[in-house]
Design a protein around this ligand. Structure first.
Ligand code: NDP
Length: 560
């Protein structure tokens, strides 16, 4: 599957790839140094670097030691053995672009439980003290940085010379091949899936192991664990437990089903997850905060709620796809779009796109609780330093970029069906600036918030316009003729003047009220007004309501 097209402009793509490959490794070391040696203060690290320059930086970069390699080696071998040996249900992944269907063994929960019980058991019985991991953390990260880089070179060579399936290939550019990877589903032998290992069993598992390590370190240092650390650890563990509970669902997501095994995903999971994702806990080891029971419980409950919502979004989509849409979503049969697409081998397939439940709220809604969960396990650190919030900030940027990449991919995969889906979502977006009342009650919308949003969403509006058949084509003729409508509207708003709406007497009160509110909210669209007949307008309006009723339960109106 040769794919040389890039989502962003080539210049931006190369710039971001090269910057990430060169800047991420030193960043990991600086993050660790600042959290553990510089009191969590970016300013302190900055002063140090200013005074000592490059040599100072090289001095703080720990060399990978034998202890670090041993810890990593034993942990990796243990996780690989669990992945291979623990029993699990046979699970099929989604069909790949070249028509393959990967098969997995679902033993993530078992591996998770065995790992944590073993780790705590080793500590409890005095066989291995997790504080050793914390004390060698810099060396471990350093070893991971170099080891994972070598591993990515191995993936690149394997993709070239011994690919595991037809879901592989070169883009013709060595940097892109190394960064994005050559293979979608690289395996060692038939069963050992490399991405399951790097992403789940090494990366995500290390998150839970390190969260416990930080907690134990604080306990061993101070004789107790602060409530801030407890909340942080509990939320991270709930999140990672959720991940393994839903691991087979993860095998359907972009990381596994779309992103190939290269530096981006594999180095990220092997190094970035254990260092950056766990960093709020790393900070708390030396910065215990006493939140008090009430605040601690509030943050814990809010965090668990967000993790649950994020899980429920993923679960909803997974169940919907799994049952081929024959399930209940929020107690009702789901609303959906049947989207056809063609694989690279020329076969036509159909996917269902869910347009109700969480997935009816907006595209990528599940990213909101994901970001909020991260906020809630970081906020126990309070606001003395910015650095603990780095993960939340990074995650927000990552998910925005991911949403864009996913939209572009789905647009090219599903074509007009994706436009239809976006259209449905945009209809919701148009009312999020105000109150949306479902079940056939009136829509109560504030125009101000929506106008701001519209400016940013010109493209989206073009799609809405074409698919909604210019519903509002029969509004006010003066506005249609006025090329400066947009400006006029701004002026009217700033002076607080209300435009007198012109509605047709033949409309029912419900239709009139609805148009009135749409007009308030959709000032730009009124610029497209033409002189359609009453009949056409009412037909357009009925069509619009019919479309909307599926989504918002607005009662259908009979022909005018
Ligand atoms: P999604 O699970 O959202 O997967 C996107 C895919 O879902 C699309 O490519 C499309 O694939 C399908 N899809 C899109 N819309 C619909 C729909 N309406 N109905 C049915 N299927 C649809 O993406 P992610 O992999 O980004 O997220 C998975 C989870 O991982 C989320 O919980 C997210 O928050 C989390 N995550 C966490 C990150 C972290 O670093 N902490 C990073 C990224 C994600 P198809 O081709 O099958 O149609």
């Amino acid at each position: 599957m040769a794919e040389s097209k890039t989502v962003h402009s080539p210049l931006l793509t190369y710039f971001s790839m090269l910057s990430l490959v060169t800047l991420c490794p030193p960043f990991v070391i600086l993050l660790w140094y600042t959290m553990t040696q510089a009191d969590g203060s970016v300013l302190q690290t900055w002063d140090y670097l200013k005074q000592n320059g490059l040599q100072g930086f090289l001095n703080i970069w720990p060399r990978p030691t034998a202890t670090a390699w041993k810890i990593i080696g034993v942990y990796a071998a243990f996780e690989a053995a669990l992945q291979l040996l623990l029993p699990g249900k046979r699970v099929e992944g989604p069909i790949s672009p070249t028509g393959n269907r990967p098969v997995y063994k679902e033993n993530g929960v078992a591996a998770y439980v065995v790992t944590l019980v073993t780790y705590l058991g080793l500590w409890w019985f005095g066989t291995f003290n997790p504080t050793i991991v914390y004390d060698h953390l810099g060396e471990i990260y350093s070893a991971l940085i170099f080891g994972s880089f070598v591993f990515c070179i191995f993936l690149y060579l394997k993709g070239h010379f011994a690919p595991s399936s037809t879901d592989s290939g070169s883009s013709g550019n060595i940097i892109i091949d190394f960064y994005w990877g050559m293979e979608l589903y690289p395996r060692i032998g038939k069963t050992f899936d490399i991405k399951v290992f790097t992403n789940c069993r090494f990366g995500m598992m290390s998150w839970a192991v390190l969260a416990l390590t930080y907690c134990i370190k604080q306990y061993e240092e101070t004789g107790k664990v602060a409530d801030s650390m407890l909340v942080n650890t509990a939320l991270m563990l709930v999140y990672v437990s959720k991940f393994f509970w839903w691991e087979s669902g993860y095998w359907n997501t972009m990381d596994i089903a779309h992103d190939r095994a290269g530096f981006y995903i594999c180095w990220g999971c092997l190094v970035w997850v254990p260092s950056v994702y766990t960093s709020p806990g790393m900070y708390l080891v030396n910065h215990p905060v006493n939140l008090g029971t009430q605040l601690a419980i509030f943050i814990l409950v809010a965090g668990i709620l967000c993790i649950y919502i994020n899980y429920d979004c993923d679960r909803q989509r997974q169940e919907f796809r799994h049952t081929n849409g024959k399930c209940l979503v929020w107690g009702k049969p789901p609303s959906k779009i049947e989207a056809s697409y063609t694989t690279t081998t020329g076969e036509t397939k159909t996917s269902l796109l869910l347009t109700s439940g969480w997935w009816g709220l907006s595209r990528h809604f599940h990213y909101v609780p994901e970001i909020l969960s991260a906020f809630f396990w970081t906020v126990p650190a309070l606001f003395n330093h910015l650095l603990p919030y780095f993960y939340v900030i990074f995650l927000t940027i990552l998910l925005f970029d991911r949403a864009k990449r996913d939209d572009d991919r789905c647009k090219s995969k599903y074509g007009k069906y994706w436009k239809l889906y976006c259209n449905k979502m945009s209809a919701f977006d148009n009312v999020v600036g105000g109150k949306l009342k479902l079940k056939g009650k009136a829509l109560d919308v504030k125009a101000g918030g929506v106008k701001k949003k519209k400016k940013k969403n010109k493209n989206k509006d073009q799609i809405i316009e074409s698919t909604e058949n210019e519903l509002l084509a029969g509004g006010s003729a003066e506005q249609a003729d006025d090329p400066n409508d947009q400006d006029n509207d701004d002026v009217n708003k700033s002076t607080g003047e209300e435009k007198a709406p012109h509605y047709d007497d033949h409309l029912t009160p419900a239709e009139r009220r609805y148009i009135e509110q749409r007009e308030q909210l959709d000032v730009n669209r009124l610029a497209k007004i033409s002189n359609k007949s009453h009949r056409d307008r009412i037909q357009d309006f009925n069509q619009y309501l019919a479309n909307m009723s599926e989504h918002y339960d607005i009662p259908k109106v009979g022909p005018g």
